[in-house]
Design a protein around this ligand. Structure first.
Ligand code: HEC
Length: 114
């Protein structure tokens, strides 16, 4: 009986943490901002509209680097997170380089750039 009560208490504890986290998602953290300036600005530009200087080097259209257009914003957070995780064409993968938490926050940051 004691074990069951303990398990229930533990479950409530984790559910509370989960809901606090859920409330925080969507907010733009300083850590995500810093990470974006450090790792992403070179290609995507400070304003997220794409660094035109990189289009030649990467051989991509500026629209591929623009993170503020519908092509990006119409994607779900999960899709954006997957691209940041695994990379896509010239977009480098950040799995293992940037924590999952920050990658999730970067999705919110990208939406806030618009
Ligand atoms: C070396 C240049 C480069 C760097 C650095 C880079 N990206 Fe990208 N990124 C790209 C390119 C190129 C694409 C377009 C890929 C495609 O669709 O072919 C892209 C696509 C994306 C997309 C998907 C956009 C869409 O509409 O599908 C997201 C999200 C993204 N990058 C986020 C980031 C974040 C966050 C960082 C920093 C952690 C970052 N990128 C760093 C080059 C880069």
């Amino acid at each position: 009986m004691k074990l069951i009560i303990n398990s229930i208490l533990l479950m409530i504890f984790f559910l509370t943490i989960a809901s606090v986290n859920a409330q925080q998602s969507g907010e733009v953290s300083d850590a995500a901002k810093k990470e974006f300036s450090k790792s992403c600005v070179s290609c995507h530009g400070k304003d997220g509209k794409g660094n035109s200087g990189m289009t030649k080097m990467l051989k991509v259209d500026i629209s591929a680097l623009n993170l503020t257009d519908d092509a990006t914003l119409n994607k779900s957070d999960d899709e954006l997170i997957k691209i940041m995780h695994d990379g896509l064409n010239k977009m480098p993968p950040y799995k293992g380089k940037i924590s999952d938490k920050i990658i999730t926050e970067l999705a919110a940051y990208i939406r806030a750039l618009k």
